[in-house]
Design a protein. Structure first.
Length: 251
């Protein structure tokens, strides 16, 4: 049996290492989180800040669902979120209290209000940052097998009209996280609905398609009775005296 020369042996070693690195890279690329919790920002006053009810929702979410020691925590015993992500000032304001309760920084894919930008420019910037965030969540080793929270803008969670405006390009979390491949996932997040979680679970190793999807209604009770808890796509009951932007809620 002929033995390979030293040069041939070196080539074989390099080839084996290349295959190993490629396989490792593939594994990393498919190392998805165990769960992704998606929610919308709170009710807003202006393009720059939440109204009082929106800020109260942020406090309620921290106390009841998302903060350390929450009464009805969405995290398993002993589990902490691997990251809490936000994209705009509204989402940053809602996500900050729960992140602070864990003593962890927010991960911000920042898009700031720009009064000089037209609607197409605003949408394209949100598209790009949403794509970047989804890519990082679905391929980042630090998120593999863990729970990630994404506090996002409703049109970039799910909006069929926006998706049709950019054909051939995934621009919403519904598309980017492969939720559109599951039955029963809404095609649009309603403009007046602030009080739901979308929870995507990824149980198949090597697949980036969720194995389970659920919608969980935010229900707080006292002392947060003023925070709307309307059913999906039903009126939230806010009045002009609330100080919230009711017109903007229809955007």
């Amino acid at each position: 049996m002929l033995k390979p020369s030293s040069g041939e042996a070196l080539m074989i070693v390099r080839l084996a290492l290349t295959v190993l690195f490629c396989m490792s890279g593939l594994d990393a690329a498919l190392a998805t989180p165990a769960r992704i919790i998606i929610l919308r920002h709170g009710e807003k006053a202006t393009a720059y800040k939440l109204c009082d009810i929106g800020r109260e929702r942020a406090e309620a979410l921290t106390t009841i669902y998302l903060g350390r020691g929450a009464a009805k925590s969405l995290f398993a015993n002993g589990e902490a979120p691997a990251a809490i992500l936000a994209i705009t000032l509204h989402t940053l304001e809602l996500a900050s209290p729960p992140a602070a309760s864990w003593g962890e920084p927010l991960t911000l894919y920042s898009v700031l209000p720009d009064k000089d930008a037209d609607e197409d420019e605003k949408a394209e910037l949100l598209n790009r940052r949403t794509q970047e965030a989804a890519h990082d969540v679905m391929t980042g080793p630090r998120y593999a097998g863990k729970t990630v929270v994404m506090v996002w803008e409703h049109k970039h969670i799910a909006n069929k009209k926006l998706e049709d405006t950019f054909p051939g390009e995934a621009v919403t979390l519904r598309q980017l996280l492969k939720l559109d491949e599951l039955h029963g996932v809404p095609e649009k997040w309603p403009s007046g609905t602030y009080d739901y979680f979308w929870i995507a679970e990824y149980g198949n190793q090597g697949s980036d398609v969720p194995t389970r999807f659920s919608m969980v209604k935010q229900e707080f009770g006292a002392p947060y009775d003023a925070v709307p808890s309307n059913d999906w796509d039903q009126p939230n009951g806010l009045e002009p005296e609330s100080g919230c932007d009711l017109k903007g809620a229809q955007d």
